[in-house]
Design a protein around this ligand. Structure first.
Ligand code: SAM
Length: 277
């Protein structure tokens, strides 16, 4: 066995425009011994374009547990491995977390090669507050479960970011109007970095109307951003934060109680800690 284990590289790949593959990503994909890809057939053209001749392994949500152990064996044997997903940054609504954890537990180095990520690309061009945001990934497929999840986010004051697919975008917008209200601001970012890239920045009801009226706007890939709650809804969150803080405060030191209450309710920690005594 080789004395020095290999390194696991987490490589971001384009979300549409192939020119977004960074020179460093290209070099890593060319130099590693093994590439773990979500779908080896899907990634083959990108790897050919990058000049990579590495051996490929499939790592997807159904085999990640077993493949992680195999990939750690490769790393232990001194081989360098790159993880890529079908598009964007691995682990962001994509497989890889178990592999990264297993590699770290085995004492292997893990390094990111940052690059495209649909959530961050959308946020960067949406024009909604971006200092603090919440990435929620995909909402549940069923409307009842989706509304329940949205309800839990109703008073969240940070900008919300969701991924959505073409066959659910209309229903998802309808549920958001029910839960967040027709006037809440949103931004729908569609087909980022591709030919039909479109941003619709408007109240949720107006976004839904535009998407509902144009079948073309229902095609492709979507990031849906929703402005955080303001005023009354945000006050509700603070009130809930204070209530939970009060309960925890009876059992825990104030700083710890504030941290937990903030994590549970989404209310700002400082606002809760300030309410100690
Ligand atoms: N790991 C990827 C990333 O870094 O963005 C996300 C993978 S997730 C399985 C795929 C979802 O990301 C799509 O359903 C869509 O919501 C969003 N997405 C990916 N590419 C996109 C694009 N070019 N434009 C808009 N949304 C995109």
């Amino acid at each position: 066995m080789n004395e020095k284990p290999g390194r696991l590289w987490i490589v971001a790949t384009p979300i549409g425009n192939l020119d977004d593959l960074s020179p460093r990503a290209r070099a890593v994909l060319r130099d590693v011994d093994v590439i773990a890809a979500e779908d080896t057939r899907h990634s083959a053209p990108l790897l050919a374009q990058a000049g990579s001749r590495a051996r490929m392994l499939a790592l997807h949500e159904h085999n990640e547990r077993d493949q992680a152990a195999r990939i750690v064996d490769h790393l232990r044997a001194g081989e360098n491995v790159a993880l890529i997903s079908d598009a964007g940054t691995p682990l962001v609504s994509d497989p890889g977390f178990r592999l990264v954890r297993a590699a770290r537990e085995a004492g292997c180095e893990v390094s990111p090669v940052p690059g495209p990520c649909a959530a961050i690309a959308a946020l960067s061009a949406a024009g909604l507050p971006s200092d603090r945001f919440v990435f929620e990934g995909f909402l549940p497929a069923k409307s009842s479960a989706r509304r329940e999840r949205l309800q839990a986010l109703c008073a969240e004051s940070r900008t919300l970011i969701f991924y959505e697919s073409s066959h659910r975008i209309v229903d998802c917008l309808a549920d958001m109007i029910v839960v967040f209200g027709a006037d809440r601001s949103g931004v729908l970012a569609r087909e980022l970095t591709k030919i039909f890239e479109t941003f619709i920045a408007a109240p949720l009801e107006a976004i839904a109307a535009r998407v509902g009226a144009d079948a073309n706007q229902q095609r492709g890939e979507f990031v849906l951003l929703v402005a955080g709650a303001e005023g009354e809804a945000a006050d509700t969150q603070l009130a809930e934060g204070r209530r939970v803080f009060g309960l925890l405060r009876a059992e825990l030191p104030p700083a710890r109680a504030a941290k937990l209450a903030a994590a549970i309710t989404g209310a700002p920690r400082k606002a809760l800690y300030g309410s100690a005594d």
